[in-house]
Design a protein around this ligand. Structure first.
Ligand SMILES: C[S@@+](CC[C@H](N)C(=O)[O-])C[C@H]1O[C@@H](n2cnc3c(N)ncnc32)[C@H](O)[C@@H]1O
Length: 401
């Protein structure tokens, strides 16, 4: 990956993007100057894969072959993939493993973080280094530390930050452990998705300091940003969720579900219990992963992943797989029916768990993500509804999330 020096061709596009973000309310006015001084053209590689909203696909853009197209994407409100499959290939693979996030998301998260000049900030997930450069423009020289798990990505970002004259310390390592050498921090921001917020990050933030972490459960592929404030005694951090997001997951917390075959053996198929449900698919799971359904269900049904199988004979199967044993369930949804067949196998009755979670969610008035909150202490993660005393889900520190 090579990062080129910016040319002035980026300026009109970048200024137009800045105006657009301000008008839409994605960027607050205090971030307008740092944004203007930090074009992301300085941080993007010559070959990159922006998300094209027209084709709804990632397209390869090469700065040498198409300099105008490259600049246009860099100055657009789109996410840009910069690495596939942990860098084991230079063409699109199966997993997007590093990127520059959508500018509107970056700027709205920075607004949520409320960074002040002089704050000491730690970022988990350096990526291109653009977000770290923005942080440094606001917090000040020598005040920003950023950790990247991938050595090549870390080196490339370090060089880009140095060329952009952004005084940021780039550390190669696992950001989940934080960077104790420079603690305590006033702010910690993660730009990768977490299923477990390591207590080390709470310990490394000063009392009253803020952590902004994209957090979710394994039930869904999306997250919500948890904005946690560290308590006066420094032993816990708590707060609510500010927006729905989707981030690449922290490497160590990527989902490694065993192959379907490990669950659905001929023995387990023969032993599966058959039942029926009248709950329709969209009623339970919503129409997209962005609906509140899946976020809420994951808070009650722990250590379970759900996936949709290929349509077969008019049936649209939904699979539920347990992450802590080999329990599974499969529900066959069909259009135009009001009764569906469910199969369940193993110690857990996963469809029963989902039905119970859905009934609970409906009874609570179908709360959206903003009504939930999160508290992290040494014992683990505790999710509440409406009030910090009303804990509705506990994820012990050792639990697989
Ligand atoms: C969405 S990108 C970050 C975007 C970045 N902030 C920017 O401005 O370009 C997510 C990054 O998190 C990194 N990452 C994943 N797990 C990590 C971990 N445990 N510690 C540190 N970095 C991690 C990935 O390698 C990837 O580069």
């Amino acid at each position: 990956m090579s990062v080129e020096h910016p040319e002035d061709g980026w300026r009109p596009g970048w200024e137009a993007l800045g105006r657009q973000l301000l008008e839409r309310g994605s960027m607050t006015h205090d971030w307008a100057a740092p944004f203007a001084e930090t074009p992301r053209t300085q941080f993007l590689p010559a070959v990159m894969w922006p998300y094209d909203q027209t084709t709804e696909e990632h397209v390869a853009v090469d700065r040498t072959a198409d300099p105008d197209g490259w600049t246009r994407y860099a100055c657009s409100d789109v996410a840009i993939i910069t690495q596939w499959d942990d860098g084991t290939r230079t063409t699109p693979g199966t997993d997007m493993t590093s990127s520059s996030s959508m500018p509107s998301l970056v700027m709205s998260m920075l607004a949520d973080l409320q960074v002040q000049p002089g704050h000491k900030v730690l970022e988990v997930g350096t990526g291109t280094g653009w977000n770290a450069a923005l942080l440094a423009r606001r917090a000040g020289r020598g005040r920003v530390f950023t950790i990247e798990v991938d050595p090549t990505v870390a080196d490339t970002a370090r060089r880009a930050l140095s060329r952009a004259n952004a005084d940021v310390t780039v550390i190669h390592g696992d950001g989940l452990a934080g960077h104790p050498a420079a603690a305590p921090y006033d702010r910690i921001i993660a730009t990768c998705g977490l299923r477990t917020i390591a207590y080390a990050l709470v310990e490394q933030t000063r009392p009253g300091g803020v952590l902004l972490i994209p957090w979710g459960t394994h039930f869904t592929s999306t997250e919500a940003t948890a904005r946690l404030v560290v308590a006066d005694d420094g032993t816990s951090a708590a707060g609510s969720f500010t927006q729905r997001v989707t981030f690449m997951r922290a490497r160590a917390q990527r989902l490694a579900v065993d192959a379907y075959d490990a669950y659905v053996t001929s023995e387990s198929k023969a032993g599966a219990e058959k039942s029926h449900t009248t709950l329709a698919h969209d009623e339970v799971f919503g129409t997209t992963a962005w609906d509140d359904n899946q976020f809420a269900l994951g808070l009650r049904v722990h250590d379970v992943v759900h996936t949709r199988g290929p349509e077969e004979g008019g049936a649209r199967p939904v699979w539920l797989l347990s992450l802590n044993d080999r329990s599974w369930a499969c529900v066959l949804f069909r259009d135009g029916r009001d009764r569906f067949t469910a199969y369940q196998y193993g110690r857990r009755r996963l469809w029963d768990e989902v039905e119970a979670a859905h009934a609970w969610w409906a009874e609570q008035g179908r709360p959206g993500f903003r009504r939930f909150g999160l508290m992290v202490d040494k014992a683990g993660q505790h999710v509440w509804l409406d009030d910090a005393h009303n804990v509705i889900g506990k994820f012990p520190a050792a639990s697989r999330l």
